[in-house]
Each structure stands twice: as structure tokens, then as C-alpha cells.
Design a protein around this ligand. Structure first.
Ligand SMILES: C[S@@+](CC[C@H](N)C(=O)[O-])C[C@H]1O[C@@H](n2cnc3c(N)ncnc32)[C@H](O)[C@@H]1O
Length: 178
């Protein structure tokens, strides 16, 4: 995963109070399932510290960035933009094309919303992608999308600079201090 171009997740539309856990979970899912960086826009920036703390504890590399100008960030992105939306094309129909662009060197910006996403995002995205065309959640759609993008290889990712490592157990819990 280290030699491939970056996969960056942009979280738009955080509603203070209501979306705290959801935004955190977008970040943790992005990290756990193979993205390289999280961009938290506007009010979502309040969750940055939690995601950084988890990365410090359980390893990286994974970067967290905040911005007050998400649309500018989106418009100057040099690479492919994927917007996850229930209105988009089925992931199973476009994933191989997106994967190929990524493997050919295009950094990927994956955008997820919370409330209504501005129309500009649909326009700016090369791919508006649905994980089914049913309403569900940004966390679920991000997880499925990343897993399809990486074809499951993200599950074997090695973590660096972790303070703690979970030792898989058939029963119970084991955590090793590094
Ligand atoms: C509460 S939903 C809002 C649903 C929104 N009407 C939409 O465009 O998908 C919040 C976010 O979850 C993601 N999402 C929800 N359902 C999805 C689906 N079926 N496919 C892809 N993304 C989805 C989108 O990123 C959306 O902005």
C-alpha cells in the first residue's frame, strides 16, 4: 500500500452535537481500512484529536488534516474524485475503472457527507458512487467502498509506530504494549 498513490477521505457536513460519533467513525474507518489521510471540514475538525489519538495508540501511518475551505480543497484536487452517494452509479459497476486509475498513479479523494451535500460536489466528482441505491450511512458506504477498492488487501495492512497491538484471540482480549 505504501507505493500506491494516496487515498484521502474528505468528511463534509458535520452537524455539531448530532454527528460527533459519526465523524469519528468516518475517521477510524478510513484509517482502519486503508486510506492514508482524513480531511475534516469546518465543524468536523472537532473530531481530529480523537482520530489522532487512536493513530498514536494503534499505529499508522495515517494523517489528519482540517480545513475551512473544503470546496477549494475539492476543486484543486489533482487526481480522481469519488463522491459516495445513494444516487450514484453502483459501486460494482465502476470499481474496476476507479481501481485502475488509482493503480495507474491517480491519487483518490473520497468524499462522504452527513446532511445534504452541495450540488457542486456531484459536479466536481468524476464518480458519484452508490453502495446500493438505498439510504444508509457514510461509515458503511466508506467501509464497503474501500474494501472494494483494495479488494480486501487492506485487511492485512501492517501498522507502524503503534504503542499497543491487539493479538487476535478466538476468545477474550489480549493487548500487547509495544
Ligand atoms: C445520512 S446520509 C445522506 C443521504 C444522502 N441523501 C445521499 O446523498 O446519500 C450521509 C452520507 O452517507 C453516505 N451514503 C448514504 N447512503 C449511501 C449509499 N447508498 N451509497 C453511498 N453513500 C451513501 C453519503 O456519503 C451521504 O452523504
Amino acid at each position: 500500500m505504501q507505493d500506491t498513490p494516496q487515498v484521502v477521505v474528505l468528511r463534509l457536513g458535520h452537524r455539531p452535537g448530532r454527528d460527533e460519533r459519526m465523524t469519528t467513525h468516518v475517521g477510524l474507518t478510513a484509517r482502519a481500512l486503508g486510506a492514508d489521510r482524513l480531511v475534516l471540514a469546518n465543524d468536523a475538525a472537532s473530531r481530529a484529536e480523537t482520530v489522532v489519538d487512536i493513530t498514536d495508540t494503534f499505529g499508522g501511518p495515517f494523517d489528519v488534516e482540517t480545513t475551512n475551505q473544503p470546496m477549494a480543497r475539492l476543486k484543486r484536487w489533482e487526481g480522481t474524485i469519488v463522491h459516495l452517494t445513494m444516487y450514484g452509479l453502483p459501486v460494482q459497476d465502476v470499481e474496476s475503472e476507479i481501481r485502475e486509475r488509482h493503480r495507474d498513479g491517480d491519487p483518490l479523494l473520497v468524499v462522504v457527507g452527513a446532511e445534504k451535500v452541495p450540488w457542486d460536489v456531484y459536479d466536481a466528482a468524476e464518480y458519484n458512487v452508490g453502495v446500493t441505491n438505498q439510504p444508509h450511512s457514510e461509515v458503511a458506504s466508506l467501509a464497503v467502498f474501500l474494501d472494494h477498492l483494495f479488494e480486501g488487501t487492506e485487511l492485512d495492512r501492517q501498522w507502524e509506530d503503534a504503542q499497543k497491538r491487539v493479538i487476535p484471540q478466538a476468545e477474550g482480549k489480549q493487548v500487547e504494549e509495544q
